[in-house]
Design a binder for this molecule. Structure first.
Ligand SMILES: NC(=O)c1ccc[n+]([C@@H]2O[C@H](COP(=O)([O-])OP(=O)(O)OC[C@H]3O[C@@H](n4cnc5c(N)ncnc54)[C@H](O)[C@@H]3O)[C@@H](O)[C@H]2O)c1
Length: 373
């Protein structure tokens, strides 16, 4: 089988952290042959570091999509552009791996689903947390029946101070929202995936704009991923700094979602500081910890705790090291492109996540629940 030709639209943070290194492990099967960014130096640098010798560089994604030899593209731009570029790519006959969240709004995500169905091309979304070994262990525990009927869950991604200070994350016009749409989306995707329940009855939510604008940038107490003090611009900050949602499923189960990148709460002891899930069922419950799953169950009539998957693999900030998250996503994607496997994150599942997030924002504005069909 000939090598697949892959193009990349957006050559910023996540492209360099995940997609380029991930796909560069697949060069037995793919040619990384086209790179597009509004900032030409970014596309040029990517082509030089990761591209084939004849890799092309673009600043206009339409030109990249006009190349009939390209089989698939990765859409790695800010959220607001996901819909337009993904639909154009599908219409141009390309398969698409689009970054999370699927879209800035439910309406946009729906258009993307329709375009996938119209064109018959593949569409998947970059929810790599599902691939983390600890989360795979959690999925196996659930599927093995240790929890019974799951009726309560918490989906959590809380940063005490962790506002992204690169890119356009604090610009609502480019991202559609703040921590809810940026990191809450991962926690919710992970929780729905573990529960395997996408049937929503209604959603109530509240988002807060308390700290993002008020804090003096000199005293924000922000520490970035390299452990250095960093600050965000509170004059241009126009997204929420925390958001909370209550999601009632049609089978009666509820999920409480908490997302923040600036809130005066310390992290939970034992929990990891990234996306994690707590589930409670009729037979047992679990928490996804940093490197293992804590199963809360009853043994010999005694409430007991069992740690499952002892030190399965620690989470690596920035996905820069460790094979699991970045190579797994690329591996599954390339297998699906080659017709040798199925997509793991379906666009329908990602659509449900975006619909819930959109409903939380709507509910926060109106003070009312949003009912699903
Ligand atoms: N999976 C994850 O955990 C994860 C982590 C970070 C970011 N993301 C997602 O990735 C996306 C990008 O985030 P980022 O951190 O890489 O941002 P970024 O700002 O670092 O990079 C985005 C790049 O897209 C380019 N761009 C914007 N509009 C474009 C267009 N129309 N055509 C071509 N290029 C365009 C920008 O110039 C920029 O270089 C967002 O949707 C974000 O939610 C996902």
């Amino acid at each position: 089988m000939a090598k697949l030709k892959i193009g990349f639209i957006g050559c910023g943070g996540i492209a360099n952290q995940k997609h380029f290194p991930g796909m560069s492990q697949q060069t037995e099967y793919v040619d990384m042959c086209a790179f597009c960014d509004l900032i030409p130096e970014r596309a040029e640098k990517a082509a030089k570091e990761y591209g084939t010798p004849d890799a092309k560089v673009y600043t206009d994604y339409h030109e990249l999509l006009a190349d009939p030899t390209i089989d698939a593209v990765h859409v790695l731009t800010p959220n607001i552009a996901h819909c337009e570029i993904t639909i154009a790519a599908l219409e141009a006959g390309k398969h698409v791996l689009c970054e999370k969240p699927m879209a800035a709004t439910e309406a946009d995500a729906k258009k993307m689903l329709e375009a996938r169905d119209r064109t018959g091309k593949m569409l998947t979304i970059g929810y790599q947390y599902r691939h983390f070994p600890v989360n795979q262990v959690a999925k196996a525990v659930v599927d093995d029946g240790w929890l019974g009927d799951i009726y309560y869950a918490e989906a959590t991604y809380l940063r005490r101070r962790g506002v992204p200070t690169w890119g356009v994350f604090t610009d609502k016009s480019k991202q559609g929202g703040g921590p809810l749409i940026d990191i809450g989306t991962h926690a919710l995707d992970l929780t729905l995936f573990l529960m395997n329940n996408y049937d929503v009855d209604y959603v109530v939510g509240t988002s807060f704009e308390k700290l993002g604008r008020l804090l003096d940038p000199e005293h924000q107490g922000q520490v970035n991923y390299r452990g250095e003090h960093d600050s965000w611009n509170n004059e241009t900050y126009d997204v929420e700094d925390s958001a909370f949602g209550h999601i009632k499923m049609k089978n009666g189960a509820v999920i409480n979602l908490r997302a923040s990148w600036a809130i005066n709460m310390v992290g939970e002891t034992g929990a990891n500081n990234e996306a994690h899930a707590t589930l409670a069922g009729t037979k047992g419950g679990l928490d996804t910890l940093e490197d293992r799953v804590r199963l809360n169950h009853v043994v010999a009539n005694q409430p007991s705790v069992t740690y499952v998957g002892n030190k399965v693999a620690s989470y690596i900030p920035g996905f820069s090291q460790g094979p699991a998250p970045l190579s797994k996503e690329a591996d599954i994607w390339v297998k699906a492109l080659r017709g040798e496997g199925e997509l793991f994150v379906t666009a329908d599942q990602a659509y449900c996540v975006t619909k819930i997030l959109d409903a939380i924002y709507q509910s926060s504005k109106t003070g009312k629940p949003v009912y699903f069909d």
